[in-house]
Design a protein around this ligand. Structure first.
Ligand SMILES: Cc1cc2nc3c(=O)[nH]c(=O)nc-3n(C[C@H](O)[C@H](O)[C@H](O)COP(=O)(O)OP(=O)(O)OC[C@H]3O[C@@H](n4cnc5c(N)ncnc54)[C@H](O)[C@@H]3O)c2cc1C
Length: 477
């Protein structure tokens, strides 16, 4: 494991294609003059009520919510690099209401609870929107909804089934035929679409993370950056977090370390780090915007197993990401893995298949990042040291909004009482762990190959995928 920020020196070129020639190998969102100056690392010993390990969305929400619940709570955040540098500052910025990686996944697992989970997910998204307004976070927040497009007839069929399910759950959704989706965005590949109007907002993720960071500091949270926690121990009634420059003794701790090696050994079998990649174009010209007809700020994704997600920015660029989901043997996480020229070239080719009208457009940024995939595709929680430590992991590529809910549940788990959230089956249950290596790698590669074949064969799921489905297991990004 390495927690260093990669910069753009590890791999000299994003790819051999002309459109990628000048792409900077760093996340577009983080490559900004708005990036805050890092706070100094921990030096010496500190005491506090709540210590948070990890300064991504989960850790920042945990700190902020703890302060908002009780302003006298003394909170310390320990972040290995800088707040927001990892997944939180380099994602697609799709803030999804779902707490279960989609409605059908939730209905299968929690048939009795799903209606409430849908309400809680929408309330969580509303609460993020309120916090963005309350703390004046300038993150290009747009409550646009998300459109899933079908590029193959079998996907149109799947979208219709999802539409009917979502309507049964009272969701605000629209099914678009070929002409209707072409009226929103033009692509020769689109056949139909499902527009989830209420369940998604788009944001600039780095500016959201930096805004949460500032809100935490304004409320008196002590943030130590450049502070990797190496060990978690207990000393009397205190939880002790040990870093190279010092240690923190806390009454309670939240561990918000996402795809990085969990401090608690018991959590390790449940997540695998999976790399997801994205490209950002230069700002489109008026004529290019006209050619694709994309006038709103909706986020799009296609409905294949290996899917793309894409969106616009406030300065008129297109972000295009997804498709490859790359696992490295032994749960490897390293800054050098943030750049993958063959994936960038594949993504660029697929971009121009979707938008041939944009031939000649260049990419200014290309990057990747690790996702904490678990076998049920959405967060799970746990506690340690007689409920003085809580953690949440496993967002599987949908943690931008769910991280706030994840943090809220962690704080409830640390409180003395049971709450509605801690009683949820969603919170009490766990995903099936991954097998150890070398079985882990073999199973993941087999699943990836089967998913790719399903996309090529009209969505037909082979025996391996059907077996995983039967046991409620899978692999996603
Ligand atoms: C390319 C990409 C695209 C994505 N797109 C989307 C999307 O559009 N929508 C969506 O919902 N989700 C998306 N995701 C997932 C989403 O970004 C994450 O689920 C979310 O950011 C998780 O937040 P986090 O705070 O848990 O993790 P992180 O942001 O990864 O933060 C964890 C932090 O913990 C720190 N840390 C780890 N170990 C230690 C330690 N021992 N000591 C101190 N600090 C430590 C790390 O340095 C890091 O800053 C995407 C992810 C990637 C990589």
């Amino acid at each position: 494991m390495s927690l260093r920020d990669g910069g753009d020196t590890a791999v000299p070129r994003a790819g051999a294609l002309e459109c990628l020639r000048d792409a900077r190998l760093r996340p577009f969102w983080l490559d900004s003059p708005d990036a805050p100056t890092a706070r100094p690392p921990l030096a010496g010993e500190e005491r506090c009520d709540l210590a948070v390990v990890g300064g991504g969305f989960t850790g920042l929400w945990a700190a902020l919510l703890a302060k908002e619940r009780d302003p006298s709570c003394d909170v310390v955040v320990l972040e290995a690099v800088t707040a927001g540098w990892a997944a939180s500052g380099r994602n697609g910025g799709f803030c999804m209401a779902t707490l279960t990686h989609g409605l059908s996944n939730g209905v299968e697992r929690f048939p009795r609870e799903q209606r409430r989970l849908e309400e809680l997910g929408l309330a969580n998204l509303d609460a993020i929107q309120d916090a963005v307004a309350r703390h004046a976070i300038d993150c290009d927040w747009q409550r646009t909804g998300e459109v899933n497009v079908a590029t193959e007839p079998w996907q149109a069929h799947t979208l219709r089934e999802e539409y009917e399910l979502m309507r049964r759950f009272g969701r605000d959704v629209r099914l678009l035929d070929r002409d209707e989706i072409q009226g929103e965005v033009h692509s020769p590949t689109y056949l139909a679409a499902l527009w989830e109007l209420d369940g998604c907002a788009m944001a600039d993720p780095a500016r959201l993370a930096w805004g949460l960071r500032r809100a935490c500091l304004d409320l008196g949270v002590r943030l130590y950056e450049g502070t990797p926690v190496k060990r978690l121990e207990s000393e009397g009634a205190a939880v002790v977090l040990v870093a190279p420059g010092g240690r923190v003794l806390a009454r309670h701790a939240v561990l918000a370390t996402n795809a990085f090696k969990p401090l608690l050994r018991r959590a390790r079998p449940y997540i695998v780090p999976v790399y997801d990649y994205a490209l950002m174009t230069e700002p489109l010209t008026g004529a290019q915007r006209e050619a694709i007809g994309w006038k709103t700020r909706i986020g799009l994704a296609d409905a294949s197993n290996q899917f793309h997600y894409y969106r616009t920015t406030d300065d008129g660029r297109l972000l295009w990401g997804g498709y490859d989901a790359v696992y490295h043997y032994g749960n490897r996480v390293h800054p050098a893995l943030d750049a993958r020229p063959e994936t960038f070239e594949k993504l660029a080719g697929q971009f121009f298949t979707t938008f041939p009208q944009l031939e000649g457009v260049r990419f200014t940024h290309a990057w990747g990042g690790a996702i904490d995939t678990c076998s049920r595709f959405f967060a799970f929680w746990g506690t340690a040291l007689r409920r003085r430590v809580a953690y949440v992991l496993g967002y599987t590529g949908m943690g931008v909004a769910e991280s706030r809910f994840g943090a809220e549940v962690c704080l409830d788990l640390l409180s003395e009482q049971e709450t509605e959230l801690t009683r949820l089956e969603l919170v009490r249950s766990r995903p099936v762990p991954f097998p150890p290596e070398p079985l882990r790698s073999a199973a993941i590669q087999l699943t990836r190959r089967s998913l790719a074949r399903a996309d090529e064969c009209g969505g037909h799921r082979d025996l391996w995928l059907r077996t995983l489905d039967r046991f409620g297991l899978g692999f996603d990004s």
